[in-house]
Design a binder for this molecule. Structure first.
Ligand code: 13P
Length: 288
């Protein structure tokens, strides 16, 4: 079923697992991503940046998601990742996205509350879920560099006020993770996560999942992380495989020969991640 962030994270809370939120960069990899979730018996969140949504088309993505979720009988959410502009969010919601993130983390606290609240009002009136963000997550977010020194961890007391005032359905928190970190691994601040989880009752979200050590997943899941974002690991491995196949294939061969192995590389990673997110047996052992 084509569903919302609120619904899938509610299920994750009841059964103590986390829902994988995987960034897609093209339409090619999308069916395999959803099939991976189906085979693992898990819901899945597919997220796009605003730029990817424009490249593919907001309604094209919505229609493809709906069709695959119905045909494959998998619970899928289409989520807009890190939007900072109300018009982009409105476009996604009007096209049929079931979840959006308003990222006001770069704004002064009160302004972040006010702007997030406006998004919540528009989205909730249309049955769409909203993720907000507090604190800064390191790395590169859609080309905007966040320097290590500028990183601000989420303060539990701010989280309480933010959630109460905005009524967001999920909260992205800064506990040491970085976007785009695929060569090294990060030290997540578990004590801070525990503190935040003990004072707010919304599902919590990890960004920069590629850089998180797999051995830390259980602690994250046991302390309220209900949406776990992974983007770079998929992008890197799709591209690596595509480079290999495009390099080795005659130019007049069907594109399938180049693209299918790249899609399958993504599918394999998603299955592995979901097995850890749901604490079920992994079909593949990719290590970390
Ligand atoms: P990574 O690309 O580092 O896995 O992060 C994904 C993410 O958090 C998207 O918002």
């Amino acid at each position: 079923m084509y569903t919302t962030l609120k619904e899938v994270t509610k299920k994750a809370e009841e059964l103590n697992f986390t829902v994988g939120a995987f960034n897609t960069h093209n339409l090619e990899m999308l069916p395999d991503m959803l099939r991976a979730a189906k085979e693992m018996g898990s819901p899945i969140i597919i997220q796009t940046s605003v730029d990817t949504a424009r490249y593919i088309g907001f309604s094209v993505l919505v229609n493809v998601m709906k069709a695959i979720c119905d045909n494959e009988m998998v619970d899928g959410v289409l989520h807009l990742d890190h939007a900072r502009n109300f018009d982009d969010i409105k476009e996604a919601i009007d096209a049929g996205y079931t979840s959006v993130m308003y990222d006001g983390s770069h704004l002064p606290f009160k302004e972040n509350i006010l702007k997030t609240r406006a998004v919540v009002e528009y989205a909730h009136a249309r049955g769409v879920s909203v993720e907000g963000e507090l604190g800064t997550i390191g790395g590169t977010e859609e080309g905007i560099h966040v320097a290590e020194d500028d990183k601000v961890y989420t303060r539990p007391e701010d989280a309480v006020e933010f959630v109460k005032a905005t009524e967001v359905d999920a909260l992205a928190i800064a506990i040491g993770t970085n976007h785009g970190q695929f060569k090294s691994k990060t030290e997540v601040n578990i004590p801070l996560l525990k503190e935040i989880d003990s004072v707010v009752d919304v599902p919590l979200v990890i960004h920069g999942g590629t850089g998180v050590k797999e051995e830390d997943y259980p602690e994250l899941i046991n302390n309220g992380i209900r949406k776990f974002n992974v983007g770079t690991e998929l992008l890197v491995n799709w591209t690596k495989m595509a480079k290999e196949t495009f390099g080795a294939t005659e130019v007049n061969k069907s594109l399938r020969h180049n693209v299918i192995p790249a899609n399958e590389a993504v599918e394999k990673i998603i299955k592995h991640k979901i097995s850890l997110f749901m604490n079920v047996e992994s079909p593949t052992n990719l290590g970390n």
